[in-house]
Design a protein around this ligand. Structure first.
Ligand code: ACG
Length: 480
């Protein structure tokens, strides 16, 4: 399945308030269908005061700027009519300070006090988050709460089993509305604070117990629900969670793909496949690798590659010719740009989807000005649809190849080699087989055609008798 990560606020605006909404997205489903998308991962759409939606005020509501439940039902219906699945992002590690649960807690309601984690005499109020120096304890009406993701998002206390039922009810509510699955936000953080010793500490065994119970619960309601986990960590940690979820975002692999291209070094991809992808397909674990190169927390692809279109295209060549499920971050298919200086301020990689050459037109969202994606710069759907060699058309071609060869999702990789220029491998499943060469360098090189009969080139190349001259940042797929 080919997935598309979508930010409603930035996508398409149906009521001219400049903010993308669900009706707008429904209007643009045909664009996604034509692109070849089979599943949409919706960034949080519940009521939230934050632009990104990750601090939820009410888990049973739609953000009024995006529409209402009926709009959502219509979106699901229309997506299903086009065979597109809707995956909802559920951030349940924390709530907004404005959430009724938190408000009741700070107003002394015993039941809800137990929903959160409060400081006591052992607490070091100056304790910092381990991956940057953000504080994690915040004062609210004379009490300090634990909030790993900032002062407006108190963490929930999952030592309290009552909360587990509360979360199950939330999953059920959305499943009953017809969603096809969930992207589980911050999955390694459910138990990340050792309350006994009042110290930050990942408790992976407890997380695993929690998620197993939730996954079972969800699957009992809908056995086909697709459950995707976000565990942003090193391979050693990611490994602990293998097999629990249907799909695991492969964060470690995302860096290998980008570095391979950035440093023109095919050895990096070989290492990446061996270390972070191979075990998904060798049959040892049940989960599918969710392959991607960027998401809303990260710098955009084109920015990573200093706006080099050919390097961006190469990243898509790799993404679409490997086992697993590929995920495309909205706007990357038209080469949108966006930098992130601090992971706490992600607006710049979530700019309005650019539909028009001039930067404005029907449905164009304008909730923020575009710092990185100015008009008349070939960063719009309108411009790119007209150019045969655009990234958009390149991505469309690749997805269409991928959909004609669905078996690739579960294929086995063998004959993984590299030379100075290329990386090559064979993908096999039953009687199907392709061989892929990616030329990771800017200069051209030669590869052998061997006994393969047909071929597809993504980039530029010329066939000469029994070899192929493959231009820089180009790939060839040889078919039996
Ligand atoms: C999710 C969402 C994100 C959201 C939240 C909170 C969680 O995608 O948009 O924030 O609801 C950590 C968490 C992730 C989280 C990101 C933003 N993402 O684990 O769940 O922060 C290190 C840490 C990671 C960390 C990452 C961040 O280990 O845990 O992710 O840094 O940069 C190698 C290492 C790896 C290391 C990386 C990067 O790969 O192996 O360990 O990761 O390098 O250095 C949203 C907003 C926030 C707001 C919040 C409430 O974006 O601003 O505060 O909501």
């Amino acid at each position: 399945m080919v997935f598309y990560e979508l930010f409603v606020r930035s996508f398409y605006d149906s009521n001219n308030d400049g903010i993308g909404d669900l009706k707008g997205l429904t209007m643009k489903l045909d664009y996604l269908k034509e692109l070849g998308v089979e599943g949409i991962w919706l960034l949080p759409i519940m009521q939230s005061a934050a632009f990104h939606g990750y601090t939820v005020i009410d888990f049973y509501s739609i953000n009024p700027s995006y529409g209402n439940i009926d709009d959502f039902k219509e979106l699901i219906q229309e997506a299903h009519n086009r065979n597109i699945k809707i995956i909802l992002d559920i951030p349940i590690n924390h709530t907004s300070v404005k959430c009724e649960w938190f408000q009741k807690a700070v107003n002394g309601d015993e039941k809800y006090k137990n929903y959160y984690v409060w400081a006591n005499e052992k607490t070091n109020l100056k304790e910092k988050r381990h991956w940057d120096d953000s504080l994690i304890w915040f004062k609210y009406k004379n009490k300090y709460f634990y909030g790993l993701f900032g002062s407006s998002s108190p963490d929930l206390n999952f030592e309290n089993k009552e909360l587990w039922n509360e979360i199950k009810n939330i999953f059920k509510f959305w499943l009953d509305l017809g969603v096809d699955g969930f992207r589980l936000d911050a999955a390694k953080h459910i138990f990340d604070y050792d309350i006994e010793n009042m110290k930050f500490k990942y408790q992976h065994e407890k997380n695993i117990e929690f998620w197993n119970e939730m996954v079972n619960y969800i699957k009992n309601i809908n056995k086909n629900a697709i459950i995707i986990s976000e565990i942003w960590d090193s391979p050693e940690i990611v490994k602990k969670y293998h097999g629990i979820f249907d799909v695991e975002f492969n964060f470690p692999f995302s860096y290998y793909i980008k570095d391979t291209i950035k440093y023109h070094d095919p050895r990096i991809l070989v290492q990446g496949i061996n270390e972070t992808l191979h075990h998904y397909i060798s049959g040892s674990i049940k989960s599918i690798s969710g392959n991607f190169f960027t998401n809303h927390d990260m710098e955009r692809l084109m920015t990573t590659f200093n706006e080099d279109i050919n390097m961006s295209k190469m990243a898509f060549n790799i993404l679409m010719t490997l086992p697993g499920y590929p995920f495309i971050y909205y706007g990357d298919e038209i080469g949108m740009r966006g930098k992130i200086i601090d992971v706490n301020y992600t607006e710049d990689s979530q700019e309005p989807m650019q539909w028009y050459e001039s930067g404005f037109g029907p449905g164009q969202t304008e909730w923020k000005g575009c710092k990185f994606n100015p008009p008349y710069n070939f960063i719009s759907v309108e411009e790119q649809e007209k150019i045969k060699q655009s990234i958009l058309n390149h991505v469309k071609d690749l997805i269409s190849f991928r959909k004609e060869n669905k078996w690739l999702e579960n294929s086995l990789i063998s004959n993984l080699f590299n030379d100075r220029f290329t990386i090559s491998y064979i993908l096999k499943s039953h009687n199907k087989e392709i061989k892929v060469y990616h030329n990771i360098k800017p200069q051209k090189t030669k590869v052998k055609k061997e006994t393969y009969k047909s071929y597809k080139i993504y980039g530029q190349g010329i066939i000469k008798d029994n070899y192929i001259v493959l231009e820089g940042f180009s790939s060839i797929i040889l078919e039996k």
